[in-house]
Design a protein around this ligand. Sequence first.
Ligand code: SF4
Ligand code: SF4
Length: 378
Amino acid sequence: MKVNAHDFAQEYTLLECIQCGRCTGGCPVSLKTALNIRSIIYQALVDDAIEVNGMDVLWDCTNCLTCTIRCPKDVHPSDVIIGLRGYIVGEGKGVPPRVRDALMSAFTRGNTLGFATEDRDKWTEGLGFEVKNVLEAGETDVLFYVGCTPAYDPRIQPVTRALATIMHRAGIDFGTLGVDEMCCGNEIRRIGESEGFESMVEEFHEMRKEFQARRMVTVSPHCYNAFRNEYGDLGFPVYHYTQFLVELLETGQLTFDKEVRKRVTYHDPCFLGKHNNIYDEPRQVLRSIPGLEFEDLDRSRERSVCCEGGGGRMWAEGTNIEERLAHQRVRDAIALGAEVLAVSCAFCLLTLEDAVKTLGLDEQIQVMDIMELVAQAT
Ligand code: SF4
Ligand code: SF4
């Protein structure tokens, strides 16, 4: 499929581009695949048309945002990728099969993982307390937005349960949308399915009319990003759970009574760090855990390296599956002497844990969500 390059360049303000190459220079993926965002932009500037069929490198991008942050001319190269993917998705040809399945499942079942809609609240089983259904109750202090992977993935469910337990013990009035909660659409938008994403936003706003809430807390940085930046006015602020934990620590609603004697480092998720500048709160929570020794990786905060789980990459294999950024990340953590590589994102947990297993390094390092470390200390 050929995209009119002139119109595309206008729509994405590419005429501002001075071809300095800082976008590609900062792109972690371009170090391992043929993805070159500067040259894609060049093509849009000098050619009549961009041929997107067969442009498999578009699916290598993790939407980590490094290119956009580094661009001196305020061009948004990461949006260029999303825009071009949109043409592929619109035509329906050349979408990687697992990406297609995730899209289909998000629209038919409300989750990207292919699970049954009615099982969305199964994670609450065995908690020992009831989780309020906000749609039935009509009001809540905290709307706990769980998200697809934290609701269904057996590896992430303990993280979700631990957060609910902390809120319950702290006496927080919280509840969820139960089985009516739907995918937030953060990755759906980044896959290029913008119309589908807009309909998700509209559906949420319809549901929003049915309850009162003072704030929203999300497990995932991806849900946090979508609701905070892409849903318009929700009528309440959105918190990632690490921000919420800091508040609970400051008010004394969360206290620790056990030591966690571990050397820990932290991997910044792109959708919390680069997309939303939340670097301090996760570190603040880790540093407050008694007995825990914290040290930052060399490449951290704004310089952090992506785990390759974002922007739809959980489902697209990419053009170079041998060399994974998650492998580098795990090796960096081990070189630092860490026993635990902490994360605050379900995708990071899954990709980094997979890297540890693939490399056979289970004896040397463990990947844990911050929430799991907090649970060990309470
Ligand atoms: S960093 Fe910005 S100005 Fe430089 S090549 Fe990339 S898009 Fe163009
Ligand atoms: S968003 Fe990240 S992976 Fe995608 S082109 Fe930009 S720097 Fe590369």
